[in-house]
Ligand binder design. Sequence first.
Ligand SMILES: [Zn+2]
Ligand SMILES: [Zn+2]
Length: 131
Amino acid sequence: MHSVANTIKVIDRLDFPILPTYEDNIMGMLLPSYYEYLEQSDKTVKNARKVVLAQGKTKCSLCGCDLEEVYLGRANELLEAHIMLPIAQISRREKITLSDILFLCPACHKLAHTAPELIEEQNLRELVKGR
Ligand SMILES: [Zn+2]
Ligand SMILES: [Zn+2]
């Protein structure tokens, strides 16, 4: 809990938008908003997404759905980058590296942001495995 409180203190000082999706989720809104902000603005993340798409890697790494195939060439719009850095590392503002990024379909990505513990790949995989 201590590290969560610290994180909130740190990210509270940063200037980033709180997404309307989280407005009624007062306890959790800062953190998911910060992750989404990073996912859409961090240079490493943006470049990694471009590279993955250019290599034709258009499958969701969680459910395996091939977005290019299923949505007829729309992977570019649909493939989303997810940062799975644990909260403690985010609060230390460590640089995001390639191994911290997971490429997901919009549904799996939405799921990853429904609970703080699901940010991390292992917890997310266990949930999807249990479907
Ligand atoms: Zn998926
Ligand atoms: Zn994400």
